[in-house]
Design a protein around this ligand. Structure first.
Ligand SMILES: Cc1cc2nc3c(=O)[nH]c(=O)nc-3n(C[C@H](O)[C@H](O)[C@H](O)COP(=O)(O)OP(=O)(O)OC[C@H]3O[C@@H](n4cnc5c(N)ncnc54)[C@H](O)[C@@H]3O)c2cc1C
Length: 338
């Protein structure tokens, strides 16, 4: 055992929900060479696959912890290259998404600004196809570089290879989970390309010569009102995915609740779960012990002092059941339970 790989490490500080047991081993890697060293250790000393994390802002660690090696991806570095009217930005997996957004905004490049103030690392962004305010990373990703945890193969995935959908990608499948993302390349625009269709962002449409920085400022201010500060409270942001249901099921829902917002997608109608939780189930601000749905945005689960993984899991189950009772919709967590 060297300094790189530590034994019996509490996982709570590695997740923004701040709960969970211990990892048998944990390593924070800052280079591909360190990653390879840790993978080789895992092969020799454990019999479960390594678990890869970034900032832990979308995982719930259970009390049992993790019996294998938890690999915290921390490689950093941002490079850029011009290509016609675009600039390709490549960021190492351990860079924070918001650092890369800020970099792009400071370079007056368009594309990432709507994704301001989202916690987490670049390497995690393709996994659940991070999105907000009308933009998903799949709109911008050119390629993803990844290393196979069993064979050590390094591969470049095209946007198509990633099989992106709403909060989904190849990297969430059983075979996709074996790839450790090491860097992501985004195509950004030099010419103005603001995306201001979503909600109150439309108010910015009247600003002449708007800059990416102005859009970022607006997003930061909207998000400050909708999300608790994850530096100070336990949260993973939106705990559940907005459900996608068939047009027939949506019509049935509308017959009962005529104002439920729904958005057409390739796979059906995406229903606003925030609305369902708040207006139909009356659960905004609802708490059970130390776990609650945030008073400013019902989709956001907050774990306060005294919360444990099992309490959060039970609470999530209770919310799921309540939604099903009222709407017949089975909702799913966006957060990964480990
Ligand atoms: C306050 C708050 C607001 C949020 N708002 C949004 C939002 O608006 N939109 C949105 O989409 N999400 C949002 N999230 C969720 C979260 O920010 C994203 O899911 C983010 O991408 C997670 O990054 P992470 O580094 O913390 O990933 P982790 O939580 O560490 O990991 C998440 C998943 O990705 C996998 N993973 C992580 N790194 C790698 C890698 N290098 N290679 C392969 N797999 C990897 C993990 O195994 C796990 O399955 C929010 C979270 C919080 C706390």
């Amino acid at each position: 055992m060297d300094d790189l790989i530590r034994q019996e490490v509490s996982l709570a500080p590695y997740s923004t929900l701040r709960v969970g047991g211990s990892a048998a081993y944990l390593a924070e890697v800052t280079s591909i060479a360190e990653l390879q060293e840790v993978l080789s250790f895992a092969k020799q000393h454990t019999n479960v696959p390594p678990l890869v994390i970034g900032s832990g802002s979308n995982v719930l660690f259970r009390e049992a912890g993790y019996p294998g090696v938890v690999v915290v991806v921390g490689m950093t570095g941002i490079t850029q290259a011009e290509e016609g009217d675009s600039v390709l930005i490549t960021a190492a997996a351990g860079e924070l998404l918001d650092t890369v957004v800020l970099h792009a905004v400071q370079e007056s490049l368009w594309g990432l600004e709507n994704l301001s103030a989202i916690p987490g690392t670049i390497g995690a962004t393709p996994v659940q196809n991070v999105g907000a305010y009308g933009v998903e990373v799949s709109d911008l990703i050119v390629s993803v570089t990844a290393l196979h945890m069993e064979t050590g193969e390094q591969r470049i995935f095209s946007n198509e290879d990633c099989q992106f959908a709403y909060r989904e990608s190849f990297f969430k499948t059983e075979s996709g989970r074996k790839w450790i993302i090491t860097s992501v390349t985004f195509r950004l625009k030099k010419d103005p390309a603001p995306q201001l269709e979503y909600g109150t962002l439309a108010e910015l449409q009247s600003i002449q010569n708007i800059t990416p920085q102005q859009v970022r400022d607006e997003i930061e201010s909207i998000r400050a009102g909708k999300f608790p500060d994850w530096h100070h409270v336990g949260t993973a942001g939106s705990f559940f995915k907005n459900p996608i249901i068939s047009p027939t099921a949506y019509d049935e829902l509308l017959a009962q609740y005529p104002d439920v917002p729904g958005f057409e997608t390739e796979h059906g109608i995406k229903v606003s779960l925030g609305y369902v939780l708040d207006k139909i189930c009356g659960l905004r601000g609802y708490s059970n012990g130390p776990v609650c749905l945030y008073e400013n945005q019902a989709l956001v689960l907050v774990a306060t002092k005294g919360a444990r993984a099992s309490l959060i899991e039970n609470f999530a189950r209770e919310i799921t059941n309540r939604v099903e009772e009222k709407t017949k919709i089975k909702i799913e967590p966006e957060v990964r339970f480990v």
